[in-house]
Ligand binder design. Structure first.
Ligand code: DP6
Length: 335
């Protein structure tokens, strides 16, 4: 007998960046992070545990996936099987409604949707903190996409592989915010986040300084958010992104995620700011620039970014909901 569930989750953008892992197993972050989950864009994932399957299978955007992608999904499924006392393989089908090269991390929405769907397909019931912890073990930023609005993920404790879920901090409506994504390149980035942060930790003389500094930036961003102070939040979020990139740039060889268009878009954000617009930039492990501003300034910021040399298009997003189920489960499978 098979059992299935379908879940939908949305990408998030870190305002206080996660970059670096706490020593030890379990994929716990070395630094606390704070993000905003985005409305509109989503990943929808179905999981079916089925004893008739020979092995786990993964279909990503209509294409059968193998290798590291399948292995990462199977690792998550193994944790769910262990927790639920299940032995049978699963079929995972996942679809993004935004392009992979959109500048928005699909691993965050992808693993949040997979964790929630697998958890419920296995009949484990309502437990968002456990689902967030499960998603975090696959990709730490995914822990945050389990929740909507503004979300924090604490740092882990070195050598202690214990539960570490994200926590909802404020609902989507807490702070009126527009996020404009200046897409500057097509295709996947050269160095993924996982290896990028591992290389930074291994070889960058500035990694320690980043880890020491990130906690203070996180606290500042958290305070500004709770106070509803967008200028303070934006200024500290831009500082967090630039400090993260400074630590990566100092790796050997240096991790340069930026292109000329990244710098042009960043310069455009600063020019708008000099002209009196409340807009700040953040950049993840890729070349795209995400501008943060009040919804009333979104139009002006979007057209400013669209005019920056090398910017291909500008996507608009706003704070949105957490992951949710969209499918009904069938009867429980035999272990
Ligand atoms: C720059 O969550 O993708 O987007 O835990 O190794 O899967 P893993 O890393 P991941 O890293 C995200 C890095 C970032 C900043 C952030 O989202 O906080």
């Amino acid at each position: 007998m098979s059992r299935a569930a379908t879940a939908r989750a949305h990408p998030n953008i870190a305002l206080a960046k996660y970059w670096g892992k706490a020593p030890g197993a379990g994929n716990a972050p070395a630094v606390p992070s704070l993000s905003v989950t985005l409305a509109g864009l989503s990943t929808t994932t179905s999981v079916r545990f089925d004893p008739a399957l020979g092995a786990d299978a993964l279909v990503l955007n209509g294409r059968e996936a193998g290798g590291r992608e399948l292995a990462r999904a199977s690792e998550l499924l193994d944790r769910v099987r262990a927790r639920a006392g299940l032995a049978c393989p699963a079929l995972v089908e996942s679809q993004n409604d935004f392009p992979t090269a959109s500048g928005l991390a699909s691993s965050a929405s992808g693993f949040a949707a997979l964790a929630l769907a697998a958890w419920h397909a296995a009949g484990l019931g309502e437990a968002p903190a456990e689902v967030s912890d499960l998603a975090r073990r696959s990709s730490a930023s995914a822990a945050r996409s389990v929740y909507g609005g503004f979300v924090e993920l604490p740092a882990g404790v070195a050598g202690r592989d214990e539960p570490l879920p994200a926590r909802p901090l404020a609902p989507a409506g807490h702070l009126p915010l527009a996020v404009l994504v200046a897409v500057t390149a097509e295709g996947p980035k050269a160095t993924g986040s996982t290896s990028g942060m591992n290389e930074t930790e291994r070889t960058s003389p500035y990694y320690e300084a980043w880890v020491r500094h990130a906690g203070a930036l996180f606290r500042e961003i958290r305070e500004a958010l709770l106070a509803g102070d967008l200028p303070r939040l934006g200024e500290a979020a831009e500082a967090s992104a630039l400090a993260m990139h400074a630590s990566a740039l100092a790796a050997r060889p240096g991790l340069l995620y930026w292109t000329g268009a990244t710098v042009e878009a960043l310069a455009r954000v600063r020019a708008l700011r000099a002209a009196g617009v409340g807009v700040w930039a953040t950049i993840d492990a890729g070349p795209h620039v995400k501008a943060l501003c009040a919804p009333g300034d979104a139009e002006r910021v979007a057209s400013g970014l669209a005019g920056a040399p090398g910017v291909l298009r500008v996507l608009r997003a706003s704070p949105g909901p957490g992951a949710g189920l969209v499918g009904a489960a069938g009867p429980a499978p035999a272990p």
